[in-house]
Each structure stands twice: as structure tokens, then as C-alpha cells.
Design a protein around this ligand. Structure first.
Ligand SMILES: Cc1cc2nc3c(=O)[nH]c(=O)nc-3n(C[C@H](O)[C@H](O)[C@H](O)COP(=O)(O)O)c2cc1C
Length: 195
């Protein structure tokens, strides 16, 4: 899907996505959200992302070019299914690699650009709510990095992705992104409930 578009608030947004299947439940959820917002989705399966390395011998992989793209946006939507109470392994690799932007002196100024960005979660599971362990993986990371949590869209896909129902459930998140709104993490209590 083509490039950059500012939301009504003037805050440019982009989605990053990880799932074991591109057009499964989470893929359908993020495609709906991205379509409504007319934003790009980057599928981590198309990025050469290698696991965190204390020696940083993987600096030539796709992570830094990916980050350069993401840092151009004010709002980031993180899309992942719940796999064993947390994010997909590839999404976790991405989160681990954010440490590069804290560890490496030449990347540190770039890493600081994450501060103040608005971050959202889009996820699917087979439960009524996303587990706290899943939500906290993101929200605690956002908080550590100085990003502002903007809320979650969660679809219970026990019976698959039902567009008539689940597209509508994403409406609140879509509205928040359009408005560039954050939520009070203390009051939303890191639950899977939409704030
Ligand atoms: C490896 C694996 C682990 C899963 N673990 C959980 C889980 O801990 N909690 C849950 O509610 N659903 C779990 N599920 C169900 C998925 O979250 C659910 O089917 C989701 O919508 C799949 O999205 P996808 O089509 O993008 O993979 C798991 C599914 C898989 C394949």
C-alpha cells in the first residue's frame, strides 16, 4: 500500500505487523484499520530482522532501515496476535532490537526520537480480552521509551475474523489515531479492555 498520509490531526501514522500468516485474523484486523486510516502496514515477515546481539554484529540487517522509516511517523500501530500470552516471536525480536537504539552511541539520538510518539496496539486472540502479559509487553516498553500509549483494538477470533463484528470493534482505535489521543495508563490498568 502506498506511503505516507497524515491523519486529520496532522499526525502521520504507520502500522507494523507480525503474524505467522499474513491474511489471518490479525492481518484482517490491521488491514481494516490501515484501510480506514489510509496508512501503510509493514509486515515484519518482509524485513530481514535478526535477533538481538550484544556484539551488534547484525547492524547490516533490515532493522535500522526499518527504524528510519518508522521514526518519520508520529504514531505507530503495533499489530500482533496473542501467541502463548504474549506477542509473536518476531514482534519480540523487534522490541528486543530497540535496545540497539539505547546501546549504540551513534543510534542514541535517533532512539530519543521515539519519545513522545503515540503508540497503539491491534491484536487478536481467542479470549474476550487480550491477556495482561501481552498488553504489558507493549505498554511497559512504550512507557520505558517515553512513548505515549494510545489504546488497543482487540478482536476475539475464537470463531475466526468476522468482519461485520470485528471491523466495528476497531472503530474506537481508528478514531483515537485520527485524533492522536493518548490514554492514562494508570486508569486503563494495562488490561486488554479498550480504554
Ligand atoms: C502458537 C499460538 C499460540 C496461541 N496462544 C494463544 C493464547 O495464549 N491466548 C489466546 O487467547 N489465543 C492464543 N492463540 C490463538 C490466536 O491468538 C488467535 O487464533 C489469533 O486470532 C490468531 O491470529 P493470526 O491469524 O494472525 O495468527 C494462539 C495461537 C497460536 C497459533
Amino acid at each position: 500500500m502506498a506511503g505516507v498520509r497524515n491523519t486529520a490531526s496532522g499526525h502521520a501514522a504507520i502500522a507494523v505487523f507480525s503474524s505467522a500468516r499474513r491474511h489471518g485474523n490479525t492481518g484482517q484486523l490491521i488491514d481494516h484499520i490501515a484501510r480506514e486510516l489510509q496508512i501503510e502496514t509493514i509486515d515484519f515477515a518482509t524485513v530481514d530482522l535478526s535477533a538481538y546481539d550484544y556484539e551488534h554484529r547484525n547492524r547490516g540487517d533490515g532493522f535500522e532501515p526499518l527504524m528510519q522509516r518508522l521514526l518519520a511517523y508520529d504514531q505507530l500501530i503495533f499489530a500482533s496476535p496473542v501467541y502463548w500470552y504474549t506477542v509473536t516471536s518476531t514482534m519480540k525480536v523487534f522490541l528486543d532490537r530497540l535496545s540497539d537504539y539505547l546501546d549504540l552511541p551513534d543510534l542514541l539520538p535517533e532512539g530519543r526520537r521515539l519519545r513522545g510518539k503515540q503508540a497503539y496496539i491491534a491484536c487478536t486472540s481467542i479470549c474476550e480480552q487480550a491477556p495482561a502479559s501481552f498488553v504489558n509487553t507493549f505498554v511497559d516498553t512504550f512507557e520505558y521509551l517515553g512513548m505515549r500509549y494510545g489504546g488497543i483494538a482487540h478482536a476475539n477470533c475464537e470463531h475466526g475474523y468476522v468482519a461485520a463484528r470485528h471491523d466495528a470493534e476497531a472503530a474506537l482505535l481508528i478514531q483515537r489515531v485520527k485524533q492522536g489521543r493518548s490514554v492514562d495508563v494508570a486508569t486503563s490498568a494495562h488490561t486488554g479492555e479498550s480504554p
